[in-house]
Design a protein around this ligand. Sequence first.
Ligand SMILES: *Cc1c(COP(=O)(O)O)cnc(C)c1O
Length: 375
Amino acid sequence: MIPVLDLKPAVDELRPALDAAYQRVMESGRFLLGRELEAFEQEYAAFVGARHCIGVANGLEALQLVLLARGIGPGDEVIVPSNGYIATWLAVTHVGARPVPCEPDPRTHNLDPERLASVVSPRTRAILPIHLYGQPADLPAIASFARTHGLFVLEDAAQSHGARCRQGAGGPWRQTGALGDAAGISFYPSKNLGALADAGAITTDDRELADKLRHLRNYGSKVRYVNEYVGLNSRLDELQAAFLRAKLPLLNAWNQRRSALAARYAAALAGVGDLILPYVPGWAEPVWHLYVVRTRQRAALQAHLEAAGIGTQIHYPTPPHLAPAYAGAGWKRGDFPIAEQLAAEVLSLPIGPHHTADQIEAVGASIRQFFGQSR
Ligand SMILES: *Cc1c(COP(=O)(O)O)cnc(C)c1O
């Protein structure tokens, strides 16, 4: 059996460090807004290369809090990718603004900067690109469009911990989470950096925004019982912060293991059947949160792999505009054909820091067998 995802080996590898983290928090007797959170915020900001990091309860609220802090709400529009995870859209909807979908570049699955001009309006306040599957979106191009139109850029960096991109061939590498005006990050357990429960963070270089976010995550109050804003209760607790501090030092090494496995897939699957493999532009350094292929024979391939004991998943089977949650919003099938086609063809193969090269080779061989192309 080759599982698509198995979180247990990561815990096993880190067990002594996680146990020590747990003991520290139990000894401290402090469970919210304490030293572990402060230390993790500093360590994660340094990792990303951003000035400030604000720990929050999860990735969805990280995005929502930034929009709230910027005063984005009813009557405003926020440009979001037409494909990807619905959380990005929900953050916009929760503050009362309208998500305005923009189709992706089908090669990268990421928001296509060339299409921004066709969706921007006088009501647009922000652009919310996702670094989908751990592949950096073209932030330099998106940010430059945003600057000319006076728009805020909020990165959804929930899947891209450690991914980097650069402007052109010779520019300096910069991490996702430090490319826009602010970024929302998720530490959901299955992310490249995952807590052992829900957790999230915001990164930004903007001190004023960071200060406001520290209040907004805590009932909008700086001084207890003095509530300046209509805030949320969205705090990253001490225990999860301590666990994240134990895991952060291994993130780069784990991302490198994912890259090595992705390279094996690329070699094993090149030119096989009608498979379309992930495309990585020269300016991008992905972290392979997922390894997503496309095929018109997805259902049959998935069944073939399942029968061979190989787990797969579909990220994501329904584009947000066709989700029942948005049934009343006026979108219909055919509105975003690229997102709809991707949703019909994508298949996520097993990849993670604890998969072995042999497992990846076995998946590759099984896929070649399906397409009648054994080597
Ligand atoms: C996981 C994820 C989120 C939401 O994060 P949670 O911590 O689960 O709230 C948002 N956007 C994307 C792209 C994600 O993958």
